[in-house]
Design a protein around this ligand. Structure first.
Ligand SMILES: Cc1ncc(COP(=O)(O)O)c(C=O)c1O
Length: 409
């Protein structure tokens, strides 16, 4: 089992105090994770000693930078159980999902087709499809979420017809915390010839991901949620689909030959690297992948499970707290969100912050899901490898202050 107390020593930011004398209790990792010293050092080291543009300069630094970039890409692909030429580097999950629209959907989905989403999707996995559907007239449908916060698989079966050309689904919901059964969804989707795109923003930080055994067609993730820097992420794509994808950024770097009239494109993966890539962040993300691999993703997942179980148990004893999503820890991952009877989530978060406890409040970019369940807003506590049960105890203690403040109102 991993030792979060020991891990915390690798994260300098966790030594901070806030509001004068309150030790920081960081429970907002689903929004962005903190970064270990090794990742910070890798970025500084790159800019201090190796900085040069890749693929372009025939000089020592250009060569070093290119080698570091290529090796970092390989490390990231391997972390996801993918081959190097199955990885397109993006800025984040949002860009990965948009890339599927521009590179594949534009040329493969027609007016009479349907794209299937779920009611629990993050805006990043709704808006790009909605915009495409509005532009082309194709249909969008949503798989229902049951009252206890799980995907309704009967509804999926009913809706998964031959009109469906693509299903886009979160691996783990950032609001309900529920883990969706991707392999079952893929199996069903492939029987009707539909592609499956997985939003892995909330699963990649916590679970072992093997892209090949998951069998989906594309998987998008954000580096900043998995101990890496902001501004780097990726889209892993099956070779069959990759070969059908057009570049979505045109310009320098991604070409083989350009004349005044015509352009031919570079081979994979350069074909998808339009312009100068963020080499330092790629190197930083590779370092984060190495850090997680050293901990062991099975152990990371087991640690998360323990925290989720503990949080469900402790929070369900707090007066006024109503947990959203399934109550069985084994169905969940990464976070626990709740409403607080009679108190707006922003007020809850503000009181928690005054005690040094950082959580997220609002709709967490799942406005339609909040609307469906009639939640004005929710408060979310979320975890990562450095989170301890003591952090959850601190949350529960700080929630007592919410009751105290609002019973006076
Ligand atoms: C489930 C889910 N999908 C997509 C995203 C978008 O991630 P990013 O802002 O890094 O693109 C998030 C971010 O919180 C998320 O939780």
């Amino acid at each position: 089992m991993i030792d979060p107390q020991k891990i915390r020593q690798d994260f300098p930011i966790l030594r901070r105090v806030v509001h004068g004398d309150k030790p920081l209790v960081y429970l907002d990792s689903a929004a962005t994770s903190q970064k270990p010293q090794a990742v910070l050092d890798a970025i500084v080291q790159y800019y201090t000693n190796h900085n040069a543009n890749v693929h372009r300069g025939i000089h020592v630094l250009g060569d070093e930078s290119t080698k570091m970039f290529t090796s970092a890409r390989d490390t990231i692909a391997k972390f996801f159980g993918a081959d190097s030429d199955e990885l397109i580097l993006t800025r984040n999950t949002t860009e990965g999902l948009n890339a599927v629209v521009y590179s594949w959907v534009e040329s493969h989905i027609r007016k009479e087709d349907t794209i299937l989403l779920t009611e629990m999707e993050h805006h990043s996995n709704i808006v790009p499809w909605q915009r495409f559907a509005k532009r082309t007239g194709c249909s969008l449908e949503y798989i229902r979420v049951s009252p206890d916060g799980e995907l309704d698989l009967q509804d999926l079966k009913k809706k998964c017809t031959k009109h469906i050309k693509l299903i886009a689904v979160a691996h783990v919901s950032n609001t309900l915390g529920v883990i969706n059964p991707i392999t079952d969804i893929v199996e069903l989707a492939h029987t009707v010839g539909a592609k499956v795109v997985v939003d892995g923003a909330q699963s990649a930080p916590h679970m072992p991901i093997n892209f090949h055994t998951l069998e989906c067609d594309a998987f998008a993730f954000s580096g900043h949620k998995m101990l890496g820097p902001m501004g780097i992420g990726g889209l892993v794509v099956r070779k069959e689909m990759m070969n059908e994808m057009d570049p979505f950024l045109f310009g320098g770097g991604m070409i083989r030959e350009v004349t005044y009239e015509e352009t031919t494109f570079a081979d994979l993966p350069d074909k998808f690297i339009g312009g100068t890539p963020d080499v330092a962040s790629t190197v930083g993300l590779a370092t984060a992948c190495e850090y997680l691999t050293k901990l062991g993703m099975d152990q990371v997942f087991a640690h998360d499970h323990e925290l989720v179980e503990y949080a469900l148990e402790k929070l369900s004893t707090v007066d006024g707290v109503n947990i959203v999503g399934p109550m069985e820890a084994k169905k969940r991952c990464g976070s626990v969100a709740f409403t607080y009877t009679g108190v707006h989530a922003h007020d809850v978060a503000q009181i928690l912050d005054s005690e040094g406890v950082a959580v997220r409040s609002g709709h967490h970019c799942t406005m339609p899901l909040h609307e469906k369940f009639g939640w004005i807003a929710t408060t979310r506590a979320s975890f990562n490898v450095y989170t301890t049960k003591e952090d959850i105890d601190a949350l529960v203690r700080a929630l007592a202050k919410v009751k105290k403040v609002f019973s006076r109102v």
